[in-house]
Design a protein around this ligand. Structure first.
Ligand code: UDP
Length: 237
């Protein structure tokens, strides 16, 4: 176990966050900053798996809203997650880490096909595992993929970086009186109708007692600060 108290974590990085100040694609500075934070975490001795979204490239629902086929749109979205995963893997390598990209959509000339056994073996060997292709199925999101992979890979916690530094009693942007929870149970998130992840993802986390830490992606002390409890965040579960 590392000094942070965690042995293995799963980090969900939204695709949308990768655009940084741009309106589309990947902002290299932001990508490199995320990669550095991940490498810092692995240097503490924490095994890190990552699920990355694709919202900066395509979302199936957006394609469907313009008259396109939802399933083809979701396939395009999953391919977007592969592009982001390859880019993050390369940034982690440049930051001094050892990435291993797996894809739940088989494309063997680009990435190894995801299996629980191979991904756990890679984590145990010290590699940073990146899970591309979401769940591999349409009609899901990468939040659900993150909960699923965290459970399959037996991670201690799912780390979800967002624009705000935790779960609030109300939208902190609209309500100045909203307060941040230090900890909250899965049940209370549901009772209070607080949106932490989409419903399918949250149900998986609750049913499998997977804790979730919600933190601000922009946190200056990075992921290490979050896991060592120095950075504001909310722990669900
Ligand atoms: N997607 C999918 N199945 C999955 C994960 C993702 O079909 O298991 C598609 C879906 O169209 C989704 C897109 O990929 O909108 C990008 O993922 P997501 O919206 O979760 O990305 P994020 O919001 O994290 O950027």
């Amino acid at each position: 176990m590392s000094s942070s108290g965690y042995s293995r974590v799963l980090l969900k990085v939204s695709g949308e966050a990768l655009t940084g100040e741009q309106s589309y694609g990947i902002e290299p500075e932001f990508l490199n900053a995320v990669a550095r934070q991940i490498v810092d975490l692995t240097r503490l001795g924490v095994q890190v798996a990552i699920v990355i979204g694709g919202g900066n490239i395509f979302r199936g629902m957006a394609v469907a809203a313009k008259g396109g086929d939802r399933i083809i749109g979701d396939h395009m979205g999953m391919l977007g997650t592969v592009i982001n995963s390859l880019a993050l893997g390369d940034a982690i390598r440049r930051a001094g880490g050892r990435p291993h990209v797996f894809s739940s959509v088989p494309m063997p000339s680009i990435a190894d096909t995801f299996t629980q056994r191979a991904a756990i073996a890679a984590l145990e060997s010290g590699a940073t595992v990146i899970c591309a292709g979401g769940t591999g199925n349409p009609f899901f999101t990468t939040d659900t993929a993150a909960a699923l992979k965290a459970i399959e890979l037996r991670c201690d916690v799912l780390l979800k970086g967002t624009k705000v530094d935790g779960v609030y009693s109300d939208d902190p942007v609209k309500n100045a009186d909203a307060t941040r929870f230090e900890t909250i149970s899965h049940e209370e998130v549901i009772t209070r109708d607080l949106r932490v992840m989409d419903t399918a993802a949250f149900a998986l986390a609750r049913d499998n007692r997977l804790p979730i830490i919600v933190y601000a992606l922009s946190a200056p002390e990075g992921l290490v600060g979050v896991l060592e409890g120095r950075t504001p965040s909310t722990r669900v579960g």
